[in-house]
Design a protein. Structure first.
Length: 756
């Protein structure tokens, strides 16, 4: 038993002995496991921390960058890019020069085509990047740099966390996109200089060409700038940029990127040739127009939930870049010639010599004053600021005057005598605006005189009077007396008696001749016959949207209108009586080319086709008729085809107007100074035929000579069944002409005629 007990004891003791004997190994095993697992857990925790701080996977796999909105002309030219802090235009791989890809791979990531986003060989450079102070960069692949450019969450600080995030995002990008897509995205997002992002924007800034047109040395120069956009900026540091370019070319040559026949020494010896630098205030082609469009687009985007500065919209406009260039040239040529004449004419008779409020009015209209008031400055504080000399550049027709010390107050005096202008041309068949010049120089004169500016239109309003008459039974050959006419109020009180500009009266005149010679008394008599309210009604039908004071003097253009609405209204004549609202955008696309909205002209029948054709014939008399105020369109500008037009001159020569009408284009100009008291004292210079007509004439002459436009020499289409007599030569005759200034109150008996 005892033996059995001993055996039992032994059988029980053995396991206990084994357990005690193995406990040290168990501890060693736990320690070993801890040694192995702890780093793994640490790495896992680090990875979890890194991933938690990354953009969502959906964002990584579908990256979206801020893109500039691009505004295009009807003929495919880029008018302007609209952007906020970053100017970035994205283009596909096929629109980037292959040399840019070669230069980038040779310089930044020679194993780009072989790794999966992280280059193992370059990991050593990454370690050096953090632990060796002399090492400023290295190890980041093109994909890792793209990750940093695309996602703000990746960050830009010097840390392992940032590098780890770059690696994770890079691996995801490599799994989601092809190598071609990755390198294209990199070139579209990287900053080259200043706020210019992407190779397309930078190519335009440096060379005035598309990225697809870059030569090998130009591509090398741009890629070389990525090492330091300021340090290697070729405008600021040309020698440094040249040296860096040649280093890139050498790397490309060493890595076999040169084609057969290309010599390294020959390329390195070529100088750096840059285009003239953009002025940051230069808004490109048609600046007044694109500023108007930007304001319109901002409102459109607000209503449709888009951002005009970052969503990369593509806006297609009606502007023709060729016609726009001709319009700007015509404005420059005419006003450059007219300004010295005006300077000599006004010298010593400037209105501010007697008017002490002149400059205060000018000051309160200035952008500087508006901003100062918005900041809460008092009138005295603003005046003090205006009296303080500052460095500024000044506009001059002889060339920009740079870095001049002048007070804003003195600059008001300097700019007060400049003649300004607004010009617009439109296709009457659809309302498409083809040219828009809102001033003489947008850099110095911001105010847009096409849409925002409204001035007295003078005799350019007279066609609305005659149109209302034609639509109510009159014809061009109807006769009216060229003698004084009186307007009375409801109480019988005399309220207005108009005069002719030349002071002469007497005889009969057809309505056609009355319009051609811009005879005030003929127009006034028509106004009296049909009534001011009828004239207002017809003007509104034809697109006049400004408030109209429906009084007798309206017939002579006492109302203020914009170039925009006046040209739109005249388009009704050339479009068979159909008014088209002037339009300037045809469609808007998103960044992927999907059409968001297309725009169609807003139209309505304003007048009969019969009336429209009669008015065209009467407007032709202004150009071709005897004594017509627009005759110089033929003898000076040699314009061919059928042309109608109308001059306009305000009573004191403050405003000169001309509107011209052809079958294919309707255009018109206003010319005057910002302050109406600054004006020609002579009608010889101050009339619309001298101030504004040359702009239209020059524009049309340039357009006609432009073979790329192929404008037809056209005639106005006569309506079917038209039977109105338009040859009025047999009806026009005059009685004895006398000067109205010499008439006595009994002038009726002298002329032996009645005013009715």
């Amino acid at each position: 038993m005892s033996a059995s007990q001993d055996d039992s004891t032994q059988s029980i003791d053995k396991p206990q002995g084994r357990a005690k004997g193995k406990s040290p190994f168990r501890r060693y095993r736990l320690i070993l496991l801890s040694v192995v697992l702890a780093p793994l857990l640490l790495v896992l925790g680090f990875v979890v921390y890194v991933i938690a701080d990354l953009p969502p996977m959906a964002v990584i796999e579908n990256p979206s960058t801020d893109l500039s909105t691009q505004v295009f002309s009807a003929d495919g030219k880029l008018l302007r890019s609209i952007y906020g802090e970053k100017h970035r235009i994205s283009v596909p791989m096929t629109e980037i020069s292959p040399w840019a890809f070669s230069a980038l791979i040779a310089t930044e990531d020679e194993r780009f085509m072989d790794h999966n986003g992280v280059d193992p060989i370059a990991l050593v450079a990454i370690v050096k990047d953090f632990f060796i102070k002399q090492q400023k960069r290295g190890g980041s692949t093109i994909t890792m740099q793209l990750a940093r450019n695309l996602y703000d969450q990746v960050g830009r600080e010097r840390s392992f966390f940032r590098k780890a995030k770059e690696m994770v995002v890079s691996i995801v990008l490599e799994r989601s996109f092809t190598k071609e897509e990755i390198i294209t995205a990199y070139l579209n997002t990287v900053s080259f200089l200043g706020n210019t992002y992407g190779i397309e924007s930078a190519s335009d800034e440096l060379f005035r060409k598309h990225a697809s047109e870059l030569t090998i040395e130009e591509a090398a120069l741009m890629i070389g700038m990525l090492k330091g956009t300021s340090q290697y900026n070729p405008r600021k540091h040309p020698e440094r940029a040249l040296q860096r370019r040649n280093e890139i070319l050498a790397k490309m040559h060493a890595q076999g990127f040169f084609e057969k026949g290309i010599e390294l020494d020959s390329l390195q010896s070529r100088p750096v040739e840059l285009a003239e630098s953009h002025d940051y205030r230069d808004l490109g082609i048609a600046p007044y127009f694109t500023e108007h469009l930007r304001a319109w687009l901002t409102q459109w985007c607000k209503e449709h939930d888009y951002d005009p500065y970052s969503d990369g919209l593509r806006v297609y406009t009606t502007i023709d870049s060729r016609l726009q260039a001709h319009a700007e040239e015509a404005v420059t040529e005419h006003l450059k010639e007219l300004q010295p004449i005006f300077d000599n004419h006004i010298a010593g008779r400037e209105p501010y010599l007697k008017d002490t409020t002149f400059f205060k009015r000018a000051m309160r209209k200035s952008t500087r004053y508006v901003k100062a008031r918005a900041l809460g400055l008092t009138e005295s504080e603003i005046m003090k600021e205006f009296r303080e000399p500052v460095r500024m550049n000044l506009f001059s027709w002889r060339g920009e005057i740079k870095d001049t010390l002048m007070s804003p107050w003195d600059s008001l005096r300097y700019y007060s005598t400049f003649l300004e202008t607004g010009f617009m041309a439109m296709d009457p068949s659809n309302g498409h605006i083809k040219a828009w010049v809102g001033g003489i120089n947008h850099k110095f004169f911001k105010f847009d005189h096409v849409f925002l500016g409204k001035r007295q239109v003078g005799s350019t309003f007279k066609p609305f009077v005659y149109t209302a008459a034609m639509d109510n039974g009159y014809t061009p050959c109807d006769l009216e007396l060229n003698q004084p006419v009186f307007f009375y109020d409801d109480t019988g009180k005399l309220i207005w008696t108009p005069r002719n500009a030349d002071g002469k009266v007497g005889g009969y005149m057809t309505l056609r001749t009355g319009l051609a010679t811009s005879t005030n008394l003929i127009t006034a008599r028509v106004m009296k016959a049909i009534g001011p309210q009828v004239v207002c009604e017809w003007a509104r039908k034809m697109g006049i949207t400004s408030d109209l004071d429906c009084v007798p003097s309206l017939c002579l253009g006492t109302t203020d209108l914009s170039v925009f609405e006046l040209i739109g209204a005249y388009g009704t004549f050339a479009n068979r009586g159909i008014w088209n609202e002037p339009m300037f955008v045809t469609r808007i696309e998103d960044r992927n080319g999907n059409v968001i909205q297309e725009f169609q002209p807003q139209s309505r029948e304003a007048i009969s086709e019969r009336t429209a054709y009669m008015m065209l014939d009467m407007l032709k008399g202004v150009v071709d008729g005897r004594g017509g105020t627009g005759g110089r369109l033929r003898y000076r500008y040699k314009l061919k085809g059928e042309i109608g037009g109308k001059t306009g001159t305000t009573q004191n020569n403050s405003d000169g107007w001309f509107v011209g009408v052809t079958q294919n284009l309707v255009g018109g100009a206003w010319v005057g100074c910002a302050d109406r008291t600054m004006r020609f004292r002579s009608t010889a210079y101050g009339q619309g035929a001298s101030m504004a007509l040359p702009i239209f004439g020059g524009f049309m002459a340039k357009a006609a000579a432009d073979e790329s436009l192929a404008l037809p020499v056209s005639s106005f289409d006569m309506p079917t069944g038209f039977d109105v007599q338009l040859d009025c030569s047999q009806y026009d005759y005059r009685r004895k002409s006398v000067w109205s200034d010499s008439l006595t109150p009994s002038f009726k008996s002298v002329l032996n005629v009645d005013d009715e």
